[in-house]
Structure formats: C-alpha cells, structure tokens
Ligand binder design. Sequence first.
Ligand SMILES: [Zn+2]
Length: 218
Amino acid sequence: MLAVHENAGSPSVELDRTVFYPVGGGQAGDTGRIGRWRVVDTRRSGESVLHFIEPGASLSAGEKLRLELDWERRHRLMRLHTALHLLCAVVKAPVTGGRIADDKAHLDFDIEMEKLVKETIEARLNELLGRNIPTSSYWITDAELDSRPELVRTMSVAPPRGEGRVRLLEIPGVDLQACGGTHVRNTSEIGRLALARIRSEGKRNKRVTLTLAQPETE
Ligand SMILES: [Zn+2]
C-alpha cells in the first residue's frame, strides 16, 4: 500500500497496483475488499486510483494487502457495458451520453422517438448475442484517433488521453470505438438482454435502458 487518505470520514487507500476499475466513461467504480475491509467505491484522482473503504477501517501505509473484487457485480458491469456497444450499432444515431450501473445501463441518442421501436431493438440485440462474437481491444496513437473522428461515438465522454495512446474496442463487423472500460471477451457472455425502457430526456436525449434478462424466465 502506498498511502491512506482520510477525507471527511470516508477513508481511501492508494495502492501500487490494483485490479479495481475506477468510475469512468460512464461505468460505475468497482467494489470488493482490501484485506478484511469493504471497498464501497473506486475513483480516479489525478494519476492515482482511490479505493474508498468503509469508515472505521484501520490500515497503515506499507502494509501488504490482499484485494478481492466483487466479481459478480463487476461481471454484470462488463456484460452491460459490452451490451451498450451492441446498442450503439443497432441504433444508428449520435450518442449523447451513457451510464452503466450493475443492474442496468443506458445510452442517450440524438434521434426522434418514433424511430426507436422497443421490440425491434431488443430482437436485433439478442440476435447479435446469439452470434457469439469475440471482442478484442488494441491501442492506437492520439494522432491516429484525431484523424479518425468516427471512432469517438459518445459526445459527452471524451476518450482517455494523455498517455499518447487510446484503446479501441472492436466487436468485428458490429462496432469499433475508443473505449477505456471493461468488456466481456465474447458477446455470448452477456446472456440475454431486455430493453427495459425508452424515454425522452429532452430534445436531443432519447434514453434507451437495457437490463440483463434472466435466461430461466425466457
Ligand atoms: Zn466500452
């Protein structure tokens, strides 16, 4: 461990390395455990990743600690995050925003309401899932990204720059875009998707919300 920060009753821990994903790109931060203490959120602060632990935890810098990710929750986040890439491909419209929680995820589109048909979108998504498509990621330079603006799909979420390179997530034949989030390796891992809701959130924001469908109830 590198450091323990005390901020107004919510201590946070900085580590020399971590498997925890901090809030970013619309995706919620990871939870889990550090040693016997519960991690309630993970956030980036400048160059470092802060693991927020339950109040009352006593940890000291230099301690060696075992990290345990709440993997079931993280896997749901990865499945829903990857599902949003599919949704991006199914709905042909500019993306104005998005968010991924562990029970649902949404994208906002700049599109007319009448073009969003629940049954059609849901069927198309599940058809893509049924094709068991492997996902892959690779890096390109900032300069290459600048020359290919079509790789930035979400207007409100700028790809993480500053390292001189940006990661792309590719679902071959379906979607290719800059993304620093966490994804599953194959669309089959997502299971089945349900389109929970389509709602207008303003002139340029039509929100499409997805949830993971329970296969046993299908
Ligand atoms: Zn992504």
